[in-house]
Design a protein around this ligand. Structure first.
Ligand code: EPZ
Length: 416
């Protein structure tokens, strides 16, 4: 099991290049199943989740040529319409092959994704939407078995805002017969990036980024070239790290227009932020002020930034309240932060944090992707050495995080 050893107390200074967005790349890789032509993707992040998704697609017959952060995918010869349990259980986003397989081939067998550390994470809205489009779906032996001659356009209302639910149905609707309206759709920027990729493949999609998306199905989709958008959660994570450890960092190849809520919260914490083009500069030369956060679907405060802000709040001046409204168990980082001396009380989906002037390094354990980032941030701000164990969680969603942090002056190294 690999670990990270962090000597806390060093400020972060310098430039860090932001990688392509994991949560845009994952659905966009699945969009390759919708066409027999090749798709050329650029700025694909080098992450374990991306490799897992590529393996899943390759075992179906998708050919993938990799060249650095470029990928060329061709789904011209698909000979298997299945996403097996042993692959789906390691990455829930595998569910994103369901819509495209069903829409193009009329059949799909996708293992039900298990729950994960942060919640049960059902996929009932994905299934309900496909049924509304005419799919026959049986759940048998832990698999979703879906069949349909040709999906039909339908009006679908999401009881809950679901990011991958919106993405799955948008991809299915792109090849359906007729018009599909997705209401109460997710507005996340990654949904917009997927829509832009589908439109470049010839899909007819209006309203992506709003809560009502209208898709007019076409007979087929053609090849395209698409550059993956920058990762807003990686961006936010580095900004919170610098706000916690202090220093002066500049993100390159970043987008500030999709981080409004996060940037406002950082300014509330006392950080100085300057934006110019695709650069975001943050300076913090004092102890952060505690800030309250309440997660909600985009454009509200992102749940994927909750754990990182909690880490900052543990050493901030004052008390704060963190409310997690999206997932039922996304406080796994709390007990680990407490091991560093953090003062956090949890009641249901609300955590109250009393900022303390210093945390003491200790050995702690990562439990899920964003919790791991929270522990790294706390380790950077703590006095002494912190060892973060089980960092495979971190490698799923952050590209070479310790190299990027070392380049900013952090004393951090990976222990094999
Ligand atoms: C996406 O997960 C992201 N993953 C998550 O990022 C992110 O935290 C989440 O959206 C919320 O923003 C990817 O995009 C690959 P949801 P997703 O469907 O789509 C409930 C990370 O750290 N729900 O928007 O799985 C669900 O239980 C990951 O990068 C149903 O009840 O999340 C949750 O409470 C973690 N039925 C809420 O909706 C369904 O059919 C939002 O889930 C679907 C969802």
């Amino acid at each position: 099991m690999q670990k990270l050893a962090i000597q806390g107390g060093s400020p972060l200074n310098g430039e860090v290049n932001i990688s392509g967005a994991k949560n845009a790349a994952l659905p966009i890789l699945c969009a390759s199943l919708l066409s027999s032509d090749s798709l050329h993707f650029d700025n694909v992040p080098e992450l374990n989740d991306i490799s897992t998704m590529c393996k899943l697609l390759q075992q179906m017959g998708v050919t993938i040529e990799a060249n650095g952060r470029q990928r060329v995918l061709s789904a011209a010869h698909i000979d298997k319409l299945e996403a097996p349990y042993d692959m789906v259980k390691t990455m829930r986003a595998s569910i994103l092959v369901l819509g495209p397989l069903l829409a193009r081939f009329g059949e799909a067998r996708v293992s039900l994704p298990g729950g994960c550390a942060i919640g049960s994470r059902p996929v009932d809205l994905h299934i309900k939407g496909l049924q509304a489009m005419g799919a026959e779906i049986q759940i048998e032996h832990g698999y979703i078995h879906a069949q349909s001659k040709r999906l039909k356009g339908a009006r679908i209302f999401f009881d809950l805002v679901s990011v991958t639910g919106t993405e799955n149905l948008m991809m299915a609707a792109a090849l359906a017969d007729g018009v599909t309206i997705l209401e109460n759709a997710a507005r996340e920027p990654e949904v917009v990036d997927l829509a832009n990729c589908l439109i470049s493949m010839g899909a007819s999609i209006e309203g992506a980024g709003s809560d009502t998306i209208c898709i007019t199905g076409t007979e087929r989709l053609h090849g395209a070239i698409h550059c993956i958008m920058p990762d807003r959660i990686e961006s936010g994570t580095f900004l919170v790290a610098a706000a916690s450890a202090g220093g002066n960092i500049t993100l390159t190849n970043a987008r500030a227009d999709i981080l409004d809520n996060v940037l406002e919260k950082l300014q509330e914490a006392g950080a100085l932020i300057k934006v110019s083009g695709n650069l975001i500069n943050l300076q913090m030369h004092k102890r952060p002020l505690a800030v309250n956060v309440r997660t909600a679907p985009y454009p509200a405060f992102p749940t994927d930034m909750q754990a990182q802000f909690m880490a900052m709040n543990t050493i901030a001046e004052g008390s704060s309240m963190v409310v997690e409204t999206i997932f039922e168990n996304r406080f796994m980082h709390v007990q680990e932060l407490r091991r560093l001396g953090a003062q956090i009380e949890v009641e249901g989906n609300t955590a109250v944090i009393k900022g303390c002037s210093r945390l003491e390094g200790a050995t702690i354990m990562a439990t899920d992707l964003r919790a791991s980032a929270s522990l790294v941030i706390a380790g950077l701000a703590a006095q002494g050495e912190t060892i973060v164990d089980r960092i495979y969680h971190l490698d799923r969603g952050y590209e070479h995080i310790e190299s990027k942090l070392s380049a900013l002056g952090a004393q951090i190294r990976r222990i094999k």
